[in-house]
Ligand binder design. Structure first.
Ligand SMILES: [Zn+2]
Length: 112
């Protein structure tokens, strides 16, 4: 995932080096969740390998996810190389939990 401008200051100065070490060395250039190779072309619906230019072809670009969603925490146990789909799925679960907890707070406020 591209780093949002407002979050750039939360990453360490050597983030690029850390990110490359996770993606290229530890993960051996593959998504650590689904195993798809970095830079491969896959069909966006079936996720099967395909050729560039085929209908629905997307290119896999590995990113590094913070498992606790805190960019300051660059402990290697907190980092995982993920393809776009796995990173989006992981972040979506976090967003949904955040929204649910926000609703719970709202309900509590209504009860007062
Ligand atoms: Zn993946």
């Amino acid at each position: 995932m591209p780093i949002k401008t407002q979050n750039k200051a939360r990453y360490p100065e050597n983030w690029k080096q850390i990110s490359e070490d996770i993606r290229f060395n530890r993960a051996n250039n593959r998504c650590e969740v689904c195993g798809v190779p970095n830079y491969a072309w896959v069909n966006s619906k079936t996720r099967e390998l395909c050729l560039s230019g085929e209908d629905g072809a997307i290119r896999i670009i590995l990113t590094v996810a913070h498992l606790d969603h805190q960019p300051e925490n660059c402990d290697y146990l907190n980092l995982m190389a993920m393809c776009q789909k796995c990173h989006n799925n992981y972040d979506r679960q976090h967003r949904n939990r955040t929204i649910k907890s926000g609703k719970l707070i709202g309900q509590t406020e209504i009860q007062f």
